[in-house]
Design a protein around this ligand. Structure first.
Ligand code: NAD
Ligand code: IPM
Ligand code: MN
Length: 362
């Protein structure tokens, strides 16, 4: 039996609530399948830990995480700790230290998921965002000069290395080849006259290695508009760290809301653990009420199975999520229901058992 070690960082706000359901469903999935088992180790890091210890994670936290096969994270950030500290010292730190340079975010409308577009459907909302996750606008390079003085100046420098830009664009092309889809690059070379001119040039260069893949290139402002007006244009999409952050929240809105948006931070070379998390935050406005939608966290759990090479289990898990959304009787308030977080987790488990039983009968 394959045994995988998962580090669990529930984090802040609704993080622990949704992660509990993700783990419940992962346990159901592995028990039903029988080929693999997970060992979960919990880490209490986050804003409460910061308030008690003056730091977001243990001093040797990164080393503690290094030996795990994957990290499963809820959300980070809560009122009371400045966001730039909580995020930079935990979430962004892990992404960077483990060189999780690929952020895979599927934007896929499931049957029954609410879509704000009148003509949105399963066929025209099916994108795979490949967001650069290690540098770019999130490089953390800059300075704050003459703080508090009239001549105060702040610098926030984008960093686009050839290595970093080539590898993310190449990753997107490989995904497009695997899926038989087009690649769309999103940039902003008309205004960002160094970084995005370079990005476009690298996209052009790498695309020559893949003559059979259809390519498109949009400016980010137009891309945001096209995502709403004509989402079917987008299949595999590659973009920078900040643009990817913003556009995938638009994507989440198209595909049923933050409660259904999953993401994976991948180190493709597997030299360090990869990290799986819903793309939403800690949602302080609904925390501790037991009403957060756990489906994004559960979808992220399905990405863990895919990552370990058990795509068949990942697929079943996603089908179970889709059944819950389609049936609509046990969904949280964001999807128009009145079920609790735990009831939704139980319902996914129930569907998983049913799907597995049907698959065995065939
Ligand atoms: P958010 O994603 O937490 O919430 C935005 C809105 O979506 C809120 O109205 C919230 O109630 C709703 N929402 C989010 N997830 C939901 C779910 N699972 N079910 C139902 N509704 C859900 O974004 P925010 O309010 O801008 O940020 C709150 C905190 O989270 C901040 O500290 C921010 O920095 C942090 N944050 C962390 C991550 C992360 O850890 N990956 C991501 C985004 C924001
Ligand atoms: C996300 C989040 C993070 C990001 C923040 C919390 C740093 O918004 O994962 O989408 O911008 O990457
Ligand atoms: Mn975001």
């Amino acid at each position: 039996m394959d045994v995988f070690k998962i580090a669990v960082i529930p984090g802040d706000g609704i993080g622990p609530e949704v992660i509990e359901e993700g783990i419940k469903v992962m346990k159901t999935a592995t028990e039903l399948d029988g080929r693999i088992r997970f060992e979960f180790t919990y880490f209490p890091w986050g804003c409460e830990y910061y308030l008690a210890n003056g730091k977001m994670m243990a001093d040797d936290g990164i080393d503690q995480l290094r030996s795990f096969d994957a990290i499963y994270l809820g959300a980070v950030g809560y009122p009371g700790v400045p966001d730039h500290i909580s995020l930079w010292d935990l979430l962004l730190r892990i992404r960077k230290e483990f060189d999780q340079y690929v952020n895979i975010r599927p934007i896929k409308l499931l049957n029954g998921a609410p879509c704000p577009l009148v003509d949105g459907n399963k066929e025209n909302i099916d994108m795979l965002f490949i967001r650069e996750n290690s540098e770019g606008e999130y490089a953390g390079a800059g300075d704050w000069l003459f703080k508090g003085k009239p001549e105060e100046v702040v610098l926030q420098t984008g960093v686009f290395s050839r290595k970093g830009t080539e590898r993310i664009i190449r990753y997107a092309f490989e995904e497009a080849v695997r899926l038989g889809k087009s690649v769309t690059s999103i940039s902003k070379a008309n205004a960002l006259n160094y970084s995005m001119v370079f990005w476009d040039q690298v996209f052009e260069e790498v695309s020559k290695e893949y003559p059979r893949v259809k390519t498109y290139s949009y400016l980010v402002d137009a891309a945001a508009m096209h995502m709403i007006k004509d989402p079917s244009r987008f299949e595999v999409v590659v973009t920078s760290n900040l643009f990817g952050d913003i556009l995938t929240d638009i994507g989440a809105a198209l595909a049923g809301g933050m409660g259904l948006a999953a993401g994976a931070n991948i180190n493709p070379e597997k030299t360090c653990p990869s990290m799986f998390e819903p793309i939403h935050g800690s949602a302080p406005d609904i925390a501790n009420q037991g009403i957060a939608n756990p489906l994004a966290a559960i979808w992220s759990a399905s990405q863990i199975f895919d990552f370990f090479g058990y795509e068949d289990i990942g697929k079943k898990l996603l089908s179970a999520v889709e059944k819950v959304v389609e049936e609509k009787s046990i969904v949280t308030p964001d999807l128009g229901g009145n079920a609790t977080t735990a009831e939704v987790g139980d319902c996914v488990s129930k569907w998983l058992a049913e799907i597995s039983a049907t698959a065995t009968l065939k």
